[in-house]
Design a protein around this ligand. Structure first.
Ligand SMILES: [Zn+2]
Length: 204
């Protein structure tokens, strides 16, 4: 058990490191060392009124200390109501990212473990629908529909050139089909299709 350096009684003394003495600010009495118990003993005997205030301060300090200890002693299996910052869009986008950017299968949405993680969040957000694989699929399909519409609106009545590129990402080769068109004197490029190639395009 370490000595309590924050004991409020210390505020009543000036400690002199060189001769290891504490001088009482109230009566200038010199006390050997700066052990809180010795300082308290002096204050209790010579300054009972001031001591009363000090004890009160100490009680407040120790009660906040015991609060900290309670936090540390939380049991792992106990349930807590925690406060987090998230939104329906953030959660939905994160789930979509799992299957698009991170390449996880759609079935991850229906996994019991994943459900246990996101269900409290869904409940907390008061979302009307959960986030099943079917829901993510339909959200992605709606999003794709919007992108397609956006591209077709962009190129309507414009001259386009078709550009075919082969790319390798994470050991997978793809044939990318892009279209280029000019808008506001700038060349724009949009990918309209990606086909996975079974053989490497580098010919190795
Ligand atoms: Zn004193």
């Amino acid at each position: 058990m370490g000595r309590n350096k924050c004991n409020p009684v210390r505020s009543c003394f000036a400690y002199d490191k060189t001769d290891d003495t504490s001088v009482c600010k109230l009566c200038n009495v010199k006390i050997q060392d700066n052990h809180a118990t010795n300082l308290m003993k002096h204050c209790k005997a010579s300054h009972p009124k001031e001591m009363h205030e000090i004890t009160e301060k100490q009680e407040t300090a120790s009660s906040s200390n015991s609060k900290n200890t309670t936090v540390k002693q939380r049991k792992l299996e106990d349930l807590y109501n925690i406060k987090i910052s998230t939104s329906e869009i953030l959660l939905t986008n994160a789930c979509t990212e799992l299957v698009t950017v991170n390449g996880r299968p759609f079935s991850i949405m229906d996994d019991s473990g994943f459900g246990k993680i996101i269900e409290p969040i869904i409940k907390g957000l008061g979302m009307k629908t959960g986030l099943s694989s079917e829901q993510i699929k339909s959200l992605m399909s709606n999003e794709a529909q919007l992108i397609r519409k956006n591209i077709s609106d962009c190129v309507k009545d414009k001259l386009i050139s078709l550009k075919v590129d082969a790319v390798t990402r994470l050991d997978c080769s793809f044939l990318g089909i892009n279209i280029q068109f000019v808008e506001n004197s700038k060349i724009h490029l949009k990918t309209i299709g990606l086909v996975e190639l079974k053989e490497s395009h580098t010919g190795n």
